[in-house]
Structure formats: structure tokens, C-alpha cells
Design a protein around this ligand. Structure first.
Ligand code: GLU
Length: 393
């Protein structure tokens, strides 16, 4: 499939019909769509996706891409090479990790070239699901991805397969779907678009039954919906089970989800417009509520810091906490721990993930952010707690 990238955009065609409440979008593209069912990634498909991302950028959207394809690229590269030491038949986890390590390079080369052709900067982020559940890695990944978006750079994310043993085990293949839901949560995305090789969730298997009815909207992912999507190992419906369970995770963390056909022209652009095609899963909670739940779930609050009146007022208006507003700190906490924020009168007003440890805070409280570097000899940013990593009580 080939679309002229420059042609369509130069003609000034605007395909985004509606700006609604959708602003930050995660697009997940799987191997089947990228290869069009073949055994290697099709570069024109990458160009097509990038062309759509350029249009979205021009319309003011932020986009993150979650891509698969490394294992397939690795397999095809090794098959074409003269290296016959590697047995394609072995199929175990370790050999998939080898394939992913080999294939991630050409996969990224393809994306990078497609983005460069359209003058968009892109960046690679290899993230495992375990990273998202570890609070410090979570903080680093979140801060990095949000900074990339701020700089107008498109993060291209794949699972770090070399270390992610569970993730590429046979039963879980296709779990970049899950990763994309976690990424959507990590960056507070408004919409997760999962590109599939079928048009969405059907009442029965569309590959078997040509009269299968597409479900256009799923209000909530319950047992009935899960049973329609099939078992986790069911590849017959385009791996629909993992997609629907990813939709459940993402919608519960405040992100709308659309499962749509990645082979349809302008599929990404339609997804943000009010002419969505596919199966739409509306968000089940607000993002603020979801962040509050994440911050407050299963954590031991390691300490607290007290802020002055000025900082409290700024905080209530949505600002970050800077060292200048911090009066004192209590407890024993490290960078990445969750701490309470108290007003000068001792009221608990917020909770957040701190960028600095209690020892570091002892040295930098009350100073200007510009002085952190000279005080500590290093810095982790100008905020003690970034507003993105904080929730009001
Ligand atoms: N991370 C794997 C790859 O790049 C694929 C996992 C998936 O398809 O979900 O090949």
C-alpha cells in the first residue's frame, strides 16, 4: 500500500474534523499492520503513519507511537544474512530476545528515516511493563516522555524485549497492547488508538463469519465483552483479547480507546476526528482521579514536606513545588518516593512523587532553583515535586 506523503499534505487537506477534548494521543501499531501480513516491515506503511502524525502535529495534537516489529525484522534480517549459526526453529524466549535485539535497529532506522523525511524529530524509548510499576523508573520514564512531547519530539516506544522475559513468552505475544495502555496512563493520554488488522471488536469472529457485526461502542469492559474478545491465546480475532483487556486498563485510567483498522487510509486521522471508525471505549474515570489512585495505591508515604503560604497558594493554582517554597522536611525518603505536602499550619494538602531525597532537600530548601546545581553539584530539575506528579487531597 503506498500513499504519497508530500502530495496529500501539500494540497492543504485538513482531515481532522473536530478538536473535542482529545489532545494527547498514543498510537499503537502492531506487527501485522506494519508488515501487512508479510514477513518484514513495509516502509511505506511507516511513511503513511508518519504523514498522519505530521498532520496531527499541525493541528496541535501530541503523539506518541508504540511500535512492534522488532522480532519480525530480526527474523527477516537473520534469514537473509549468511549467518547460519542461528536456528530459526528454536523459537524459545532467548531466541526471540536475540531477534528483537537484532531487529530493533532496522525497525528504528525505518521510523527515524520516515520522521526525518517530514522534518519531525523522533526518539526511542524501550520500556518494560515492570518499569511502569516501579515508582522510580515510572518517574524517570514519565518525566522523559513528557519532556520529549514538550520539545515536539515523537517518542517511539517498544518493549525492551531483551530484559522483558514474560512479555515475549509465547502466550503473551501481542502484549505491546498492554504496554500501550500503561504508556497511555503514564503520560495521561486522552486517547489510545490501537491499530488492528480488523476493524474493531465484532460480535463474532469476522475472519470466519462475514456477517459478523462490529460493536461500535463498549461502555464498559465486563465479562461478556471479554468473552466475545476470546481467550488470550486467540489470534483468530486479531489478538482481540489482549486489545480489549488493554482497553480496560486504559479506560480505567482515564483514557479513551479506539480499536480501529490500521489498513484503512487515514485511520489515525479519523480516530481523533468525530468520525471514528472501529470500536470506541469511553474513559471510565477522570485522569486526575486515576493519578490520585496511582499515587495513593499500595504506597508507603515515606515522609512529608512543609511549604510556605506562597507555595501553597501557587500549588492550589496548579504550580509545581519549587525549593524556594519548602520550609522543612520530615521522615526518610529518597528521590522517587511518595511524600505528603503540608501547609505551614500542618494541614495535609497534597501528595506527590519527590524529585529529591530528604538529605538533598535539607541542602536546597528555601533556595532558588537556579542554585540547586551549585549546592548539590548536580540536579534533577528545578521542581521538588512537579505538578504532573502530584495530586491535591
Ligand atoms: N516487542 C515485540 C516486537 O517488537 C512485539 C510484541 C508485540 O507484538 O506486542 O517485535
Amino acid at each position: 500500500m503506498f500513499f504519497s506523503i508530500a502530495g496529500r499534505i501539500e494540497s492543504g487537506e485538513s482531515l481532522v474534523k473536530n478538536n473535542s477534548d482529545i489532545y494527547r494521543v498514543v498510537v499503537k501499531i502492531g506487527t501485522n499492520v506494519l508488515t501487512q501480513g508479510g514477513d518484514m516491515v513495509i516502509y511505506e506503511k511507516m511513511q503513511d503513519i508518519v504523514r498522519q502524525i505530521l498532520t496531527l502535529h499541525r493541528e496541535g495534537y501530541e503523539v506518541l507511537l508504540v511500535t512492534s516489529g522488532a522480532i519480525t525484522e530480526g527474523r527477516s534480517l537473520l534469514a537473509r544474512s549468511k549467518n547460519n549459526q542461528f536456528s530459526m526453529e528454536s523459537g524459545g524466549i532467548a531466541s526471540k530476545q536475540v531477534l528483537a535485539a537484532v531487529g530493533q535497529v532496522p525497525l528504528m532506522r525505518g521510523w527515524e528515516q520516515a520522521f526525518t523525511e517530514l522534518n519531525i524529530l523522533s526518539a526511542q524509548a524501550l520500556i518494560t511493563r515492570r518499569d511502569v510499576s516501579d515508582r522510580l523508573s515510572y518517574l524517570h520514564a514519565r518525566n522523559t516522555l513528557l519532556k520529549l512531547l514538550e520539545l515536539n519530539i515523537v517518542p517511539i516506544i517498544n518493549e525492551n524485549d531483551v530484559v522483558a522475559v514474560d512479555e515475549i513468552a509465547e502466550v503473551n505475544i501481542g502484549d505491546n497492547d498492554h504496554l500501550s495502555a500503561l504508556i497511555a496512563n503514564l503520560v495521561d493520554a486522552d486517547l489510545l488508538v490501537i491499530l488492528s488488522d480488523v476493524s474493531g471488536l465484532y460480535e463474532s469472529d469476522p475472519k470466519v463469519n462475514e456477517d459478523a457485526v462490529l460493536i461500535e461502542k463498549v461502555e464498559s469492559v465486563d465479562d461478556y465483552v471479554m468473552s466475545i474478545a476470546g481467550s488470550a491465546g486467540d489470534r483468530g480475532r486479531g489478538g482481540m483479547a489482549t486489545k480489549v483487556s488493554a482497553a480496560k486498563i486504559a479506560t480505567e485510567s482515564g483514557t479513551h480507546v479506539l480499536i480501529t483498522n490500521g489498513n484503512v487510509e487515514d485511520c489515525v486521522l479519523y480516530s481523533v476526528s468525530d468520525e471514528k471508525r472501529g470500536t470506541f471505549f469511553p474513559a471510565q474515570s477522570s485522569k486526575v482521579e486515576s493519578r490520585r489512585r496511582y499515587l495513593l495505591s499500595n504506597v508507603v508515604i515515606k515522609g512529608s514536606l512543609t511549604v510556605d503560604d506562597g507555595a501553597e497558594e501557587a500549588l492550589r493554582k496548579g504550580s509545581s513545588i519549587l525549593p524556594v517554597g519548602v520550609v522543612s522536611s520530615n521522615g526518610y525518603f529518597q528521590r522517587g518516593d511518595v511524600v505528603d505536602i503540608h501547609s505551614i499550619l500542618g494541614t495535609r494538602i497534597a501528595v506527590g512523587i519527590t524529585n529529591y531525597s530528604v538529605d538533598e532537600l535539607g541542602k536546597i530548601k528555601g533556595i532558588q532553583s537556579s542554585e540547586i546545581l551549585s549546592k548539590l553539584g548536580y540536579e534533577y530539575g528545578e521542581e521538588i515535586i512537579h505538578r504532573n506528579n502530584m495530586t491535591m487531597i
